[in-house]
Design a protein around this ligand. Sequence first.
Ligand SMILES: CC(C)(COP(=O)(O)OP(=O)(O)OC[C@H]1O[C@@H](n2cnc3c(N)ncnc32)[C@H](O)[C@@H]1OP(=O)(O)O)[C@@H](O)C(=O)NCCC(=O)NCCS
Length: 151
Amino acid sequence: MIRRASLSDLATVVHWRLRLVAELRDVSIDSLGTSFRDATHAWLDAALASGTYFVWLAETSSEFVGVAAVAPLRRPPRPEHPLGYEGYVVDMLVPEAHRRGGIGSALLSRVETDCRALGMTRLWLHTTPAGRPLYERHGFGVNEGALEKVL
Ligand SMILES: CC(C)(COP(=O)(O)OP(=O)(O)OC[C@H]1O[C@@H](n2cnc3c(N)ncnc32)[C@H](O)[C@@H]1OP(=O)(O)O)[C@@H](O)C(=O)NCCC(=O)NCCS
């Protein structure tokens, strides 16, 4: 089952956010440090409470099997995106034991459906090599015009 997370899921959402960051950096959760853990907890607490960050949890009757999260972004309207409402896919994680069974794809389909229903007209993201085939199969393409600068 896939469902939208609420504030009562804070501990789960924090845990799996830390697990994803640790996995992508190939380090242990403990090595991320307590100040990062506390900052993540405080940020997600405020974001879930205010409804300004959307998280989906995939679960069986007994365990967590995946998470996805979207940070909404409001931009001025453009002709092809008249609402100016977009989403940045921040997190997609399926625990290793459950990968390659279609959970990631099901999560992404649900994210797309719900974000469309919320009025978003575009999703974007940065991917890992593991995530790229999944996103491409779902129709995500490279945006050659995107540039970034770390401030
Ligand atoms: C990326 C990630 C979320 C994908 O989750 P997943 O549940 O494995 O995704 P799916 O099962 O839907 O699809 C993954 C692969 O399994 C295959 N697959 C799907 N159902 C299958 C089945 N029943 N039997 C065998 N393979 C299957 C898909 O074809 C796909 O293959 P491909 O990647 O070679 O094209 C997961 O690998 C992950 O958490 N990776 C680490 C974190 C990460 O990189 N996240 C993305 C950051 S943005």
